[in-house]
Write a protein that binds this ligand. Structure first.
Ligand code: 3PG
Length: 216
């Protein structure tokens, strides 16, 4: 059953941190999914930056059915279609790409485009979107910029991604305009390369504790 836009937005808020994954060793997808779930972070944005992303999405979904697995770095309608057939429950893109957004809306796939300027935010609002990726978050001024943008757009929630760490996560999540953060710090290339699943689980656990603390 397909999850609705509002349900995904609520789930993002609940989970608080969405791991951004670049995995080309498809055979590791199952262990990675299990490590994320056991670290209390049952979500993944599997980026199309790595070849085989569709198979990673399929594998994660088949072994961890309740996990929120979506596709990231979706740059074209063609990739959106591939993500959809792989079973992605949501689609994220780094920028605002109208053809990706329109395809997703037509197909009822929750979509989260990246928007960092008032112009981009207003374009997204015209499509009825209310949760937007904010990328690259730290380079674009982090929490300070989100605060400034939320003055004219109080109805918009952001998903800052890019430069998020265990150190700055709480600062982002404490802002009421932040729906969730995205980050790769718990799934860094070397951790996946060396199959450091305990380490992935522990970093997720630490992030999940920060989410709880920030949302208190
Ligand atoms: C993304 O694609 O969302 C980012 O590359 C993730 O950024 P990070 O690696 O700084 O967490």
């Amino acid at each position: 059953m397909r999850i609705t836009y509002d349900e995904i937005c609520d789930a993002f808020y609940e989970i608080g941190i969405i791991p951004v994954i670049k995995l080309s060793q498809i055979e590791k997808a199952r262990q990675l999914a299990e490590a994320l779930v056991s670290g209390n972070v049952p979500a993944a944005e599997v980026t199309f930056r790595a070849e085989g992303a569709e198979r990673v999405i399929e594998t994660m979904r088949s072994f961890c059915g309740d996990m929120l697995v979506g596709a990231g770095t979706v740059l074209s309608e063609e990739q959106a279609r591939q993500a959809e057939s792989a079973g992605a429950r949501f689609i994220v893109s780094p920028g605002f790409n109208p053809s990706v957004v329109e395809y997703c809306l037509k197909k009822n796939i929750p979509v989260f485009p990246g928007c960092v300027t008032p112009t981009e935010i207003e374009r997204a609002m015209e499509y009825g979107l209310k949760v937007l990726k904010f990328f690259p978050a730290e380079a674009y001024g982090g929490v300070k910029t989100i605060k400034a943008l939320s003055a004219p757009y109080p109805q918009i929630r952001f998903m800052p991604t890019g430069g998020i760490s265990l150190e700055n996560l709480k600062g982002y999540l404490s802002n009421k305009s932040v729906a969730a953060c995205g980050g790769s710090f718990m799934v860094k290339a070397e951790l996946l390369e060396e199959s450091q699943w305990d380490q992935v689980r522990d970093l997720c656990g630490k992030a999940a504790d920060i989410v709880k603390e920030a949302r208190r």
